[in-house]
Unconditional design. Structure first.
Length: 192
């Protein structure tokens, strides 16, 4: 747990510095199309987390949100990261107009907060996550890059995330490898 916390502090500082710098401007430094193009180029040379997500249609909403939050560069960095990636269907569960509002430039800080809540510093496979959950009496709290905690548990053999508001999300696909980490697909957006 200390290793996760130290990594989270370092990454949180890095993100805070980069986010603070990008928040000085009211518009993202690159357009959504430019961010998606950069992600595609990254995938062609090195299948990073963003590259893997960009090449999978079920993550098109997530990729658009990463672009709007100007986080492609961060998630293309060496990492490693564990990303709990919501599918398009997971984003559709949000109240109507919520996603549209989050994608507005004036709401970028809130979008960054939500997206980084889905990222944990370090690379943790499904088997490592399950071992940690079992070793912690089925309630393994993990500090996210955002700085808040998500609690991981097992329900009927599936890994379940419980967010700060008490809502849950289930891992539907585990261990999608990327060069700078790993993706676990989830069925609901979690909120700090």
């Amino acid at each position: 747990m200390k290793k996760i916390t130290i990594g989270a502090l370092a990454l949180t500082t890095l993100l805070a510095l980069s986010c603070g710098q990008s928040q000085k401007n009211s518009e993202p430094t690159a357009s959504l199309a430019q961010n998606q193009e950069m992600a595609q180029e990254a995938w062609n040379s090195d299948p990073t987390l963003v590259g893997v997500a960009s090449n999978n249609e079920q993550f098109s909403t997530l990729v658009a949100a990463i672009g709007a939050a100007d986080l492609a560069g961060t998630l293309n960095s060496p990492g490693p990261f564990t990303v709990f990636a919501p599918t398009n269907e997971a984003f559709e569960k949000l109240p109507p107009a919520t996603l549209e509002n989050l994608l507005q430039p004036e709401n970028r800080s809130k979008l960054i907060q939500i997206l980084t809540y889905h990222v944990v510093p370090g690379k943790y496979t499904a088997s490592q996550v399950m071992e940690a959950i079992k070793a912690n009496n089925n309630a393994f709290p993990v500090e996210t890059v955002e700085g808040s905690v998500i609690t991981l548990s097992l329900e009927e053999g599936a890994v379940v995330l419980t967010d700060a508001k008490g809502s849950t999300s289930t891992v539907t696909t585990a261990d999608v490898e990327a060069s700078n980490g790993i993706i676990h697909v989830i069925d609901t957006v979690v909120l700090p």
